[in-house]
Design a protein around this ligand. Sequence first.
Ligand code: IMP
Length: 422
Amino acid sequence: MNTIITGLQWGDEGKGKIVDYLTEDTDVVIRGQGGNNAGHTVIAKGTKYVLHLLPSGILWDNKINVIGNGVVCDPVGLCEEITRIEAQGISITPEKLLISERTHVVFPFHKELDAAREAALGDAKIGTTKRGIGPAYADKINRCGLRMADLLDRDFTTTTLERRITEANEVLAKFDLQTFEADDVIQEIYTAFERIRPHLANTIEVVHKAWKEGKTLLFEGAQGTLLDIDFGTYPFVTSSNTTAGGSCTGSGLPPTAIDSVIGVCKAYTTRVGAGPFPTGDEELSEYLHSLGREFGATTGRPRGCGWLDTVLLRFACMVNGVTGLAVTNVDGLDKYETLKICTGYDIDGTIHKLPPADRSFWDRAVPVYEEIDGWQSDTTGCTTYDQLPENAKAYLTRLGELCGAPIAFVGVGPDRTQTLVV
Ligand code: IMP
């Protein structure tokens, strides 16, 4: 049984936790897109792990973890992450972590170019994580990027980087941003590369072999559907296909290898960075922040919070082909008296059941809400779906109806044991 886990909102849905839960019965965990812009928080046996590039299966002893060809990988960031996770007692061996030779490399100047683009946009900035993701993917598409396999040829890498850094410096100088010396970049990258070099592999062969042997594969999506370069709230998106299809192009496994798609969403909605957010709600944001919830794992930024938006979720279930929903953070709504669910957008008097493509429509979208009674009791101790309060079950049932997909999992807290199977 091969499964894709995909985010249905603007990222931060709690995918790491669901992946971690499903990993027990999985042989191979694969990341197919994004980079260290992602931040997955997993709490296992009382310890908190924050993962950016490492697939969540790394926390287990007996799983293969693959950073696929569709990922953009910052070798320096990855080394820091490996060191941090190893310091928490997790061993990261070449048998356990495999990095595709085709994975594109994020260089330090990509991060500065990310900052330069944001500065150029002024008030229209995207609010990126400044991890160099957009510029690294741009180089990939422009056919001037370097892949992990290229780093094995230091002369080739040096010549290519010298040219690329000259171009990058011209842009950076215009914004008074840090410029780079090719020698320094090469030194820094190769120090990191030496640490990760034993992990390089032809991962396409590895995942195909595992598939043919009947092993169980799990694809760990990063970010969410509304940040997808094609289906998201463009241009306020990330630079990869975060939707289910990205798992296939990002790993080399064909769509015929996929058996199920678990879509992860919160029981409410959050987003970081700029861009439209029709159900955003100040009061709910303040409330959730006061509980110490909804601060970004990668940047620490407070996330904007809002009511559940089933216009977005319906669309996300469609484009991902969701076969089961995992609804996380249900406990975040425990104390609320009345909950709101957005069922449509009123745009200039017409009710839309699916999100518009035209960016100007987003600004005029007024959510149409349905109100539901809250459950006003603590769900964090529930260990089965049946133990949930009746009103919580009613809320989840309505969510499933409006999105057209069955509920498969419910999250009532950050720990591994707080994931309920429906
Ligand atoms: P970038 O991916 O750093 O280029 O940022 C583009 C947009 O995606 C910004 O709005 C970021 O806040 C958002 N973003 C990127 N990664 C994540 C994530 O893992 N969770 C939530 N938002 C993200």
